[in-house]
Design a protein around this ligand. Sequence first.
Ligand SMILES: NC(=O)C1=CN([C@@H]2O[C@H](COP(=O)(O)OP(=O)(O)OC[C@H]3O[C@@H](n4cnc5c(N)ncnc54)[C@H](O)[C@@H]3O)[C@@H](O)[C@H]2O)[C@@H](O)CC1
Ligand SMILES: Nc1ncnc2c1ncn2[C@@H]1O[C@H](COP(=O)(O)OP(=O)(O)O)[C@@H](O)[C@H]1O
Ligand SMILES: [K+]
Length: 516
Amino acid sequence: MRHKQRQALDSIIVTAEQMRQIEGRIFAAGMPVAALMEKAAILTAHSIQELYPLSQVSRVGILVGPGHNGGDALVIARELHLQGYNICLYCPFSQLKELTQYHANYANSLGICSYEDIELLEHCELIIDGLFGFGLTRPLTGIIVEAITILNEWNIPVISIDIPSGLHTDTGEVLGIAIKATYTLCLGLWKPIFFQDQALEYIGEARRIDFGIPVKDVRAIVAKPFPLQILTKTLAKEFLPLPRPLITHKYKQGRLLLICGSYRYAGGAILTGLGARASGVGMLSMSVPESLKPLLVSHLPEALIIECPETKTGAIAGLSPLASDFDQYDIVACGPGLTQEATNIVENILSVPLPLILDADGLNILAQRVMVSGLSRRVAPTILTPHLGEFKRLFPHIADPGGDRITAVKRAAQESGAIILLKGARTAIADPHGTVWLIPESTPALARGGSGDVLTGLIGGLVAQNSGTQEILSRGVATAAWWHAQAGILAAQERTELGVDAFTLSSYLHRVGAGF
Ligand SMILES: NC(=O)C1=CN([C@@H]2O[C@H](COP(=O)(O)OP(=O)(O)OC[C@H]3O[C@@H](n4cnc5c(N)ncnc54)[C@H](O)[C@@H]3O)[C@@H](O)[C@H]2O)[C@@H](O)CC1
Ligand SMILES: Nc1ncnc2c1ncn2[C@@H]1O[C@H](COP(=O)(O)OP(=O)(O)O)[C@@H](O)[C@H]1O
Ligand SMILES: [K+]
């Protein structure tokens, strides 16, 4: 049980303020500050030694800041020195926090040299960045900016302690300038920065150092349901409808209606259908313009393809009676490849009393008609899956979603009453109650036309098999996004990042489940 609770810390994200409060509880309960620093820094030193053993690297430059990030750096400096590494420190600050000053004095007594000129570290084979951690709130200036500018131009691997110095812990914003790390060793608990697109190129590869923060202290500060959560493999596994019940039938395994496609964007409909197919959904129906029916049947023979009357240019003009019998479905997904001509389809579908996913042109039409504010009046939940461009059109007043994406998606969900999935390198999913799910890893191989269509079908098919409260629904959406990203990673490993077209991606989806 306690092991499971510890494991749960893998999926929690805390803000800088929450981290401060958790730390505060530990200190108030009697843990000496120096002892906690020692625990965290010793484990960090071990990780550094694993990554860069003495057999490969001997000259190590360590950047020491004025606060406890600098204190960690000095404990690491001492340990690596004692192990035989050749250490030199860069510390341009005259005032250090008391504990940091003690460690600086001791490092000095061991004969570890310390410089105020960054150029003297140029011949190091590894740099450890302990300038600033989650205590940084104001922009860097002066000599530190110059030092980081020089350092970022060197071709030396950098390990950042806790976070790359110069980044805001919560938003991932660059405060003046920031260190570009090769690895970042996150101390204790994951922070939002690790899931903010704008910070990713500074973080490099991220690892968490679990130095034994008591679960009860985390629980006391971050109440359930946790406001920021990572969709881990364990959580995804719990949600996938595997194994299937022995006694079941197709109508019990989810009934999904996709409304998609046009003469212009016929491929989008196929890809959405293939995403849905991979979800294992029991019964897939697809409403498409009538002239596309033969094409869709040839690609998705198992699906019920419902032909709809079409406009002169080949967009859906209206839903046929079969597609309008909404008792037959558990969920509807609408949008990929519709074109903006299908305005009345989107307007009408909003009044259907079923969970509804809107993507692509579904979103564009929603934005154009300024219908977002009406979503909260829907009797069933709505799921919007915008990329950044679509998000800006839907929520033009929400400040710079390219910056602090986590806050932006949370606000959008709270304002609209919909579940919002904001696509990106780290896709974020927010529900109207304030929970945000983050997808911890993905691949730029997915940045290709059509991969979003596959995602829409996959979400629809998965959620159709396990719909329920809004909480369950948002977790289902997040699980589908995790699944999609994992399939991308798997495909990119085998075929390089250039080999993951959307059709190929859809053919890798089933292999993710097979790996469980
Ligand atoms: N969370 C935890 O439980 C633990 C945290 N530890 C370390 O403590 C760090 C946080 O330490 P602190 O709160 O001391 O903060 P930091 O070490 O992150 O930096 C804050 C210090 O930098 C100064 N400062 C802030 N902005 C500045 C600027 N623009 N220019 C120059 N100086 C500036 C502040 O006056 C303060 O002294 C973490 O990142 C981590 O490395 C560890 O020691 C062990 C345990
Ligand atoms: N740099 C990236 N890293 C990881 N995933 C990405 C990246 N860029 C895009 N993606 C993913 O690819 C998909 C693209 O979707 P979208 O833009 O809707 O494409 P389309 O509409 O052409 O199908 C999303 O799931 C998104 O998260
Ligand atoms: K740092």
